[in-house]
Design a binder for this molecule. Structure first.
Ligand code: TYD
Length: 230
């Protein structure tokens, strides 16, 4: 995809992706860049409806394939209506999760055949791939504890009100309810993708203050922009 800038943020639960997306957007805007913040699953009215279905723990269990197809149905709409038009207009798109999450959650940890993942990716994403992916890396026990704290804040009215999906009695969505071993697999999965695609992916230690993480994110993005310009 020519023009624009497409950056994705990936990582396990509670890694601080949405905060970092917001801080990077502020920084890019201060440099005069026109930024679009979006997320997956979601980003369009249809994809947000699919998100509610996917994440609800009260929806009946279904297969890794049916799950992946839902993510790609949402993604097809998101790419067509938001990502491609923004890129064509020369804007910077910052997306909280994208295809690497499907590869990790549904394929590496969820058992979906890699060939099926590759085929869906080719069919739906094709050349709409991110040029830079920031992987926020964190011990899952720390991430899950952060996600828990965020839920308590949200329940007491101090949260940012972003969570709009159905949840279990403890306020957890379908994935947050999984055992620690599942979350360990996710972490290893993201690190494996980073090792496989070092030109696209940068791993950042997320076990620090948000401002320290943001400074490193900015340095990575700044270097990337300089390489691109040169
Ligand atoms: P979200 O509340 O955005 O989680 P987080 O705050 O951790 O980013 O919920 C998105 C959930 O959906 C998250 O648990 C990861 C999962 N997911 C997949 O399993 N596959 C995917 O392709 C995507 C985009 C997300």
């Amino acid at each position: 995809m020519a023009a624009g800038l497409f950056i994705t943020f990936e990582g396990g639960e509670g890694a601080g992706k949405s905060t970092q997306v917001r801080l990077l957007a502020e920084r890019l805007r201060a440099h005069g860049t026109d930024v679009v913040i979006t997320r997956e699953p979601g980003g369009t009215p249809f994809a947000e409806q699919v998100r509610a279905l996917i994440l609800s723990p009260s929806v009946a269990e279904h297969t890794a394939l049916s799950e992946a197809l839902l993510f790609y149905a949402a993604r097809a709409d998101h790419i067509g209506k938001i990502i491609r038009p923004a890129m064509a207009a020369g804007r910077a798109v910052l997306c909280d999760r994208f295809s690497d999450s499907t590869r990790v959650y549904q394929s590496i940890a969820g058992g979906l055949d890699r060939k099926v993942f590759d085929a869906l990716e080719q069919l739906v994403v094709a050349d709409a791939k991110p040029e830079l992916t920031i992987i926020l890396d964190l011990d899952p026990s720390v991430g899950l504890a952060r996600a828990e704290a965020r839920r308590i804040d949200a329940a007491s009215g101090e949260g940012n009100g972003e969570r709009n999906v159905d949840s279990d009695g403890a306020g957890r969505d379908r994935y947050e309810r999984q055992a620690l071993a599942f979350h360990e697999k996710l972490r290893a999965g993201f690190l494996a993708i980073a090792a496989e695609e070092p030109d696209r992916c940068v791993v950042i230690n997320a076990n620090r203050d948000a401002s320290q993480v943001a400074a490193e994110v900015w340095s990575v993005v700044d270097q990337h922009l300089q390489r691109r310009a040169g």
